[in-house]
Ligand binder design. Structure first.
Ligand code: HPA
Length: 272
C-alpha cells in the first residue's frame, strides 16, 4: 500500500464520521485547533507515512472533531519545502485529507504584506496566487486516480468561498483585505529589491507555503479558501529587520478575529 492509503487507513481507524472540511493552520495560527470539540489528536509521528514537522511554533498534529457543528480535520503545523521535505511530502496531508472525505480545504498562513495599504494584523482573503517556488508538486508521472495531468488553476480559490468569507467578515465587523499571495521557497525573508519586484508582478502578500498544498488540492478537485494573516510588512517597506518573533507576536494579536472568521466561514460552508 502507498503512503497515502497507509496514513488514511490509520486516521480512519481513529475517527468517527468523515470530515467535510480540512484546515491547514499556519505559523502562530494553530490555536484554532484548540477550538475543536470532541477532539481526536494524532501527532504526526504516530501517523504511518507522515513526515515530522521541525519548526518552532508548529505543534505537528492532526486534530479531528467538531467545529460549529461541522466535522473537520485540522493540521496544526504544516510541512514546508524549506525544511527539506520534497514537494510530494509537503502535499501528502492534503491528499490524505481528500482520501478520508474532505470536500473543502481552508488554508491559512502568516505572510508579509507587499501591498502598502495593508497593515500588520490585517487578514487577507487569497484571491489568487503566484507560484514563485521554481517547482511544482505535480511534477512527475501523473496518478490519474488523484487528478488530471494538466489541472486548471483559473479559479484556484473558489469564488463562492471567497464571497462567503467576505460576507462572514462583514457580518462580524472584521476588517478584511483581499489579494494575491506569492509563495517563495524561503527560508530567508526577501530582500527589499525582491519585494519591489513582487509588487510590480501583482503580489499583495508573500510567504513560504500554501501554494503547493493549493495546487495538490485543486488537482484533487477540492474547493479552496485561503486566508493570510499579514504578520509584518515585507522587507524594505518599514525601516526595520524582519523576525520570526514578530510574525508570531502579530498572529497572537489577530488571533480572536482569525478564529471568529474561520469559525464563521465553517458554519456558512456547512449550511450552504
Ligand atoms: N516573507 C516571507 N514569508 C513570511 C513573511 C515575509 O515577510 N512574513 C511571514 N511569512
Amino acid at each position: 500500500m502507498n503512503e497515502m492509503s497507509t496514513a488514511a487507513d490509520y486516521i480512519q481507524s481513529k475517527i468517527g464520521q468523515a470530515p467535510e472540511i480540512g484546515l491547514i493552520l499556519g505559523s502562530g495560527l494553530g490555536v484554532l485547533a484548540d477550538e475543536i470539540e470532541e477532539a481526536v489528536k494524532m501527532p504526526y509521528e504516530d501517523i504511518p507515512g507522515f513526515p515530522v514537522s521541525t519548526v518552532e511554533g508548529h505543534a505537528g498534529q492532526l486534530v479531528y472533531g467538531k467545529l460549529r457543528g461541522a466535522n473537520v480535520i485540522a493540521m496544526q503545523g504544516r510541512f514546508h519545502f524549506y525544511e527539506g521535505y520534497d514537494m510530494q511530502k509537503v502535499v501528502l496531508p492534503v491528499r490524505v485529507m481528500k482520501q478520508i472525505g474532505i470536500k473543502t480545504l481552508i488554508v491559512t498562513n502568516a505572510a508579509g504584506g507587499i501591498n502598502e495599504e495593508f497593515e500588520p494584523g490585517d487578514l487577507m482573503l487569497i484571491r489568487d496566487h503566484i507560484n514563485n517556488m521554481g517547482t511544482n508538486p505535480l511534477i512527475g508521472p501523473n496518478d490519474k486516480e488523484l487528478g488530471v495531468r494538466f489541472p486548471d488553476l483559473s479559479q484556484a480559490y473558489s469564488r463562492d468561498l471567497l464571497g462567503l468569507a467576505k460576507e462572514t467578515a462583514n457580518e462580524l465587523d472584521i476588517k478584511i483585505q483581499e489579494g494575491v499571495y506569492v509563495a517563495n521557497t524561503g527560508p530567508v525573508y526577501e530582500t527589499p529589491a525582491e519585494i519591489k519586484m513582487l509588487r510590480v508582478l501583482g503580489g499583495d502578500a508573500v510567504g513560504m507555503s500554501t501554494v503547493p498544498e493549493v495546487i495538490a488540492a485543486r488537482h484533487a478537485g477540492l474547493n479552496v479558501l485561503g486566508i493570510s494573516c499579514i504578520s509584518n510588512m515585507a522587507a524594505g517597506i518599514l525601516d526595520q529587520p524582519l523576525s520570526h518573533d514578530e510574525v508570531i507576536e502579530t498572529t497572537e494579536k489577530v488571533k480572536s478575529n482569525f478564529l471568529s472568521l474561520v469559525k464563521g466561514a465553517v458554519e456558512k460552508i456547512v449550511e450552504a
